[in-house]
Design a protein around this ligand. Structure first.
Ligand code: AMP
Length: 578
């Protein structure tokens, strides 16, 4: 056999640093506007951002951080977080964005598992850092994202970010790294057991940024101003901090205030054309706009994903506010973009109802991702919009294993099993119909059904219990316990609900309990959750009934409080809305 003829093109590695370098050089005056914790608006340019990212790289190197080591962040969407995205990764270290909404024990576990050397944190998380520091002995230092004068009184010795940067001149050339080296690390708790880390490469991050930019994807350009509501600690804000500099898109970073009024005002004052976030947050915005009787003057489109976008929400945005909704599906393990619902030319000629029906689905894969649905026997199922099965994906920005996870690869024949159950129709549109992984997604955050089941069955009167996701107008899903009592034993619904008090944080507590005579099992004795979810598809949670009377009335702050609630949560005031 003759050897393949190799081409004569430059072998330039795909590096995250090239994104900010490009923006600084070719869109140097384009703005990054951030609402700071202090409440004021901070504005500077991509050029400034790159200089400060270089100063951060120099500062971390001076602190002894080596390429390959992890640097954690506990931060909102803001310019200093953006600097970490490039300053940490630019010299070869790994930017590990940590979700501050998780329980402190989970966060400590993640910091230790990732073996973070330093952790950068916004001031709102100072109490959390004080709780974490004693449990994370390998962290060499905690760096407060502020200047010396703003340092709060803390038990933990901390460094001031601005002081570290001021000691550096920013005269630094981004090194040429191996494009397969790790750039970013995100943990997902959307799995059973401990959180699992997805370790992205420079190559996968840059390819994903290209994919996010495509017209039938998020579709960014230098004429856009994008406001990512999705937090930078949730799968890299869906890749927007990478895709925005690639395109020279104006970036508007909302900080911690994600209530409808704050978002609306920022969108209007900064001429935002495009946004992205989970459904719960858009409900808050709709509520505000309806009550205030206001309309958008610049917003053209918004990506809604992370949970299924309710059809009514899609209709309201499009019909009442003239904003195009792009329903998207993805996951931490795939960087996260997988599919987006945009019509092709032929589909856009169809009658309005047919177009809507397609747009309500999760959409078509973007180039780079391949997907299939398989039945219980592992065989691929037809794309007829009826057959449903386990959704498997593959592609250059899909993980092939979890970070430091024993037990080998999760792949099946080279495909990553997503844990979602779906149909694919003849148009190639994906529709997520269910989930085989045992977790519930409430307001964009995961709740473990298994943990709640374990608590339920530890009650002396309960023989068996299943915890399933039940539809909720505000949170998308909330936990419902379906339980079988022991023969002759008695417990009321209220008593079983009260039994969860103090055992889990408040927002994990089930919303309802239903007693049944028996639960459905497979021949091998496994609980048939799909069947159970089907059985309770129309179950109306008492909390849902109350919410739909008010929805979409309540301010998002209530969302934040509810999700941060449960006395033991130390980040109550700073809980992460999304
Ligand atoms: P995460 O890794 O936290 O981003 O969660 C990913 C999971 O969220 C997916 O595997 C789905 O279960 C769910 N998900 C994400 N987007 C959607 C969507 N548009 N519709 C339904 N479920 C979704």
């Amino acid at each position: 056999m003759t050897a393949p003829l190799l081409g004569h093109m430059m072998d330039v590695p795909l590096l995250v640093s090239s994104l900010i370098a490009h923006a600084a050089r070719h869109h140097g005056n384009t703005e990054i506007v951030s609402r700071r914790i202090e409440g004021d608006l901070h504005r500077y340019t991509y050029r400034d951002c790159e200089t400060r990212a270089k100063q951060l790289a120099q500062a971390l190197i001076a602190l002894g951080v080596e390429p390959g080591e992890r640097v954690g962040t506990l931060a909102w969407n803001g310019y200093r977080h953006m600097e970490a995205y490039f300053g940490v990764t630019g010299f070869g270290a790994v930017c590990h964005t940590i979700n501050p909404r998780l329980f402190p024990e989970q966060i400590a576990w993640i910091v230790n598992h990732a073996d973070d050397r330093y952790v950068l944190f916004d001031l709102t998380f100072a109490p959390l850092v004080d709780a974490l520091a004693p449990q994370c002995p390998n962290v060499r230092g905690w760096i407060a994202l502020c200047d010396e004068s703003c340092l709060p009184a803390m038990k933990t010795p901390v460094l001031a970010y601005e002081t570290l940067l001021a000691a550096q001149d920013g005269d630094y050339a981004w090194p040429l790294l191996d494009e397969r080296s790790a750039s970013n690390l995100c943990y997902t708790s959307g799995t059973t057991g401990n959180p699992k880390g997805a370790l992205y490469t420079h190559r996968s991050s840059v390819l994903h940024a290209y994919a996010a930019s495509l017209p039938d994807s998020i579709g960014l350009s230098a004429r856009d101003a994008i406001l990512p509501v999705v937090p930078m600690f949730h799968v890299n804000a869906w890749g927007i901090p990478h895709a925005a500099p690639l395109n020279g898109t104006k970036l508007v970073l909302p900080g911690k205030d994600l209530d409808g009024k704050s978002l609306y005002e920022l969108m209007e004052s900064e001429g935002v054309t495009c946004s992205a976030g989970v459904p719960t947050v858009w409900l808050g915005l709709l509520t505000y706009m309806r009550d205030a009787g206001v309309k958008f003057s610049t917003l053209q489109r918004t990506v809604i994903g992370g949970s299924a976008c309710p059809p009514a929400m899609l209709r309201t945005y499009e019909d009442t506010y003239g904003v195009q909704v792009i329903h998207a599906w993805g996951m931490t393990e795939m960087s996260p973009l997988g599919t987006l619902a945009k019509l092709n030319w032929e589909q856009s000629q169809r009658p309005p109802d047919a177009r809507r029906a397609l747009l309500e689905k999760q959409g078509r894969v973007i180039f780079g991702v391949d997907m299939k649905i398989v039945g219980d026997d592992g065989r691929e199922l037809p794309w007829d919009g009826v057959a449903f099965g386990d959704l498997h994906v593959r592609g250059p920005w899909v993980i092939d294993r979890y970070f430091r996870q024993a037990g080998g690869t999760p792949l099946i024949d080279g495909w990553f099993p997503t844990g979602d159950v779906a149909t694919i129709d003849a148009d190639g549109f994906l529709h997520i119909t269910d989930r085989s992984k045992d977790v519930i997604k409430s307001g964009g955050e995961w709740i473990s059904s298994i943990e709640l089941e374990n608590i339920a069955v530890s009650h002396p009167a309960i023989a068996e219990a299943a915890c399933i996701a039940c539809a909720h107008p505000r949170w998308t899903e909330r936990p419902l316990i379906v339980a079988v009592k022991k023969p002759g034993a008695e417990v009321t619904r209220e008593a079983l609900l009260a039994y969860f008090d103090g055992k889990v944080v408040k927002w994990w507590q089930p919303d309802d309990v239903v007693f049944v005579d028996e639960l459905p099992h497979t021949a091998t004795g496994k609980l048939q959750k799909l069947k159970l979810r089907d059985q309770f598809r129309d179950h109306v949670l008492p909390t849902a009934a109350a919410a739909s009377e008010q929805c979409p009335m309540e301010p998002l702050d209530a969302n934040i409080d509810a999700h941060a609630g449960g006395g033991a949560h130390p980040v109550k005031s700073a809980a992460t809305p999304d």
